[in-house]
Design a protein around this ligand. Structure first.
Ligand SMILES: Cc1cc2nc3c(=O)[nH]c(=O)nc-3n(C[C@H](O)[C@H](O)[C@H](O)COP(=O)(O)OP(=O)(O)OC[C@H]3O[C@@H](n4cnc5c(N)ncnc54)[C@H](O)[C@@H]3O)c2cc1C
Ligand code: SF4
Length: 518
């Protein structure tokens, strides 16, 4: 990152070696692409732990996807790979004969716990992490180079583009003259049921998927309902070939529609024009830089809609890398931050994705259904409908992050902590986001068609038709008024709170609502 290179005498932040071509490579289940190997014939160790998936009550779709991806990778590698099935990693490594005379190397894994484990186990050489657009030492140098100024995603993203020469014009400036097209990408949904865009690409299941399904069915027969959510056809790429197909389909048929309605929601169109690439990216099947370069290549060749192209590249090399680096930069305790003192446990109907719960709020009912059925929903339902609800109701941020990790096919510790605890719950007091992201029903009404079919009215604050998001928004501001008063971005909303004529009955109404489904 050229803008903030360290002084020459500064030691490197991390001494981990980058490569180890001569040693068997241990691949975690989110390190499945070719960029996690050093040579074309390197021997590989893969570990499958159905018991671990079962213990943490993950979504059935996620358990399926992870096992399918692991088994497909083992099948692709053939005789080069050993797939060990075990209850724990230590047991698996012992069974695979890993030790001082026969070591393995591993790319630094993606959770704090796994990083500690690989450093503790005998015979394991740890290499620098891979699969992100800049390395951890590069990020550390960049952050130090800010000289104490606030770390902002926008600055980081622009430096990443300069560093990798992404979407630049001949003079090194941003193509089209602007770095940021967010303003063009905030349109409400069109007045129709679905976006006028090609369907996403769907994978075809094969005999490996059939084997996975049988194993998961057997586990549920033996142990009862141990997974969350519903089973259904696999929606996300589980192999490198599938991931490349999904990427090419998105770039050819859906990219131009990505930007304008990026923040919009339609009840009958859960996918809108989103890429649905987070799962294969997080399994390590695609490298984010290759995705951004390919998007630029395809986009330039056919003069793609620039706000869509820039918006997509911003997500992949900006936001995704940003939350990865903040995960390490803000430390292991970041997940336990609780600046707003939110301690409510997740109610059962939310926690268990209960299909029979009496949620009448149309937006929340739809989004929870999508999570139950698919283990996925796009960014705005996650941030505004799920995260916004939890923030207003004071759900415990660490418990919520854990819920997101288990319930989403693309959920991993590194991506949840910053997105959930930092950005959506504001629990780190502003280290990840400059203000709390929560809105009343008016925003949901503008950006979706949910309110049209709802028993509540987004404009009503008190009474039978009072929208729980509108009332919840004001109750949230009231609860945290003192703390938020110091934030210049909250001055306007707090003035609005002062003008409310019906604050008292609104607060009583929301207190009565308690933990019941809205
Ligand atoms: C509360 C909350 C929880 C989230 N949890 C996850 C999660 O567990 N896993 C996950 O990958 N993303 C998570 N995100 C980010 C984002 O919502 C998903 O990456 C995106 O919805 C996945 O769908 P898509 O692949 O169609 O994305 P698109 O809208 O097509 O975006 C393209 C890609 O950009 C990347 N991206 C965009 N925004 C983010 C972000 N904030 N963080 C990380 N990557 C991003 C993803 O890799 C995504 O595939 C979360 C966001 C919020 C607000
Ligand atoms: S009226 Fe309120 S609860 Fe109903 S869909 Fe709109 S925002 Fe959601």
């Amino acid at each position: 990152m050229p803008e903030a290179e360290p002084a020459a005498e500064e030691p490197p932040a991390d001494e981990l070696p980058a490569r180890d071509p001569g040693t068997r490579r241990w691949l975690f289940a989110d390190q499945l692409g070719p960029h996690f190997l050093d040579t074309a014939d390197q021997p590989v160790l893969l570990v499958e732990s159905l018991a671990a998936l079962r213990r943490s009550r993950v979504h059935r779709r996620k358990a399926h996807l992870v096992l399918s991806a692991l088994r497909h990778r083992a099948a692709e590698l053939g005789g080069r790979a050993e797939l060990v099935r075990a209850g724990t990693y230590a047991e698996a490594l012992a069974r695979a004969g890993v030790g001082a005379p026969d070591p393995v190397s591993v790319c630094d894994p993606t959770s704090w716990g796994a990083r500690r484990l690989v450093r503790r186990l005998d015979g394991v050489r740890v290499l620098a992490s891979r699969g992100f657009v800049v390395s951890e030492p590069q990020f550390a140098r960049w952050a130090r180079g800010r000289g104490g100024r606030r770390l902002l995603m926008e600055d980081f993203y622009r430096d990443v583009r300069r560093h990798h020469g992404l979407l630049l014009d001949a003079r090194g400036g941003p193509v089209g003259g602007r770095w940021n097209y967010d303003e063009d990408n905030r349109e409400p949904p069109p007045r129709r049921e679905r976006l006028a865009v090609a369907d996403p690409w769907w994978p075809q299941e094969d005999e490996i998927d059939a084997g996975v399904r049988e194993d998961l069915d057997r586990v549920e027969r033996e142990h009862g309902p141990v997974f969350a959510g519903d089973d259904g056809p696999r929606r996300f790429a589980a192999t490198r070939a599938e991931a490349l197909t999904a990427l090419e389909h998105f770039l050819a048929a859906r990219l131009d529609a990505f930007g304008p309605h990026e923040d919009a929601m339609l009840a009958a169109d859960p996918w809108m024009a989103h890429s649905m690439l987070s799962a294969p990216l997080n399994l390590g099947l695609l490298d984010p830089l290759e995705v951004a370069r390919r998007a630029e290549q395809v986009g330039r060749a056919r003069v793609a809609h620039l706000p869509s192209l820039e918006g997509f590249v911003r997500q992949v090399v900006g936001w995704r890398s940003w939350v990865w680096h903040l995960h390490w930069h803000l430390g292991e305790d970041h997940v336990r931050s609780n600046a707003l003192g939110a301690r409510e446990p997740l109610p059962d109907w939310f926690e268990r994705l209960d299909p029979h719960s009496a949620v009448g709020a149309n937006c929340l009912a739809h989004v929870l259904r999508s999570v139950r059925q698919e283990g996925w929903t796009h960014h705005v339902p996650r941030l505004v409908v799920l995260g916004g609800w939890a923030l207003q109701r004071g759900y415990d941020p660490a418990a919520l992050a854990e819920w997101f990790r288990r319930s989403f096919v693309d959920g991993y510790e590194w991506v949840m902590t910053t997105n959930v605890v930092g950005i959506s719950q504001h629990a780190d007091g502003g280290a990840s986001a400059t203000k709390p992201y929560t809105t009343g029903g008016a925003y949901v009404d503008r950006m979706s068609d949910f309110c049209r079919g709802c028993r509540y009215d987004p404009a009503v604050r008190v009474g039978e038709r009072a929208c729980p998001y509108t009332a919840g928004y004001w109750a949230f501001l009231h609860r945290h008024r003192e703390r938020l008063a110091a934030n210049p971005r909250m001055v306007q909303p707090l003035r609005g709170l002062d003008r409310l004529p019906d604050l008292e009955p609104l607060l009583q109404q929301e207190a009565r609502r308690g933990a019941a489904p809205p």
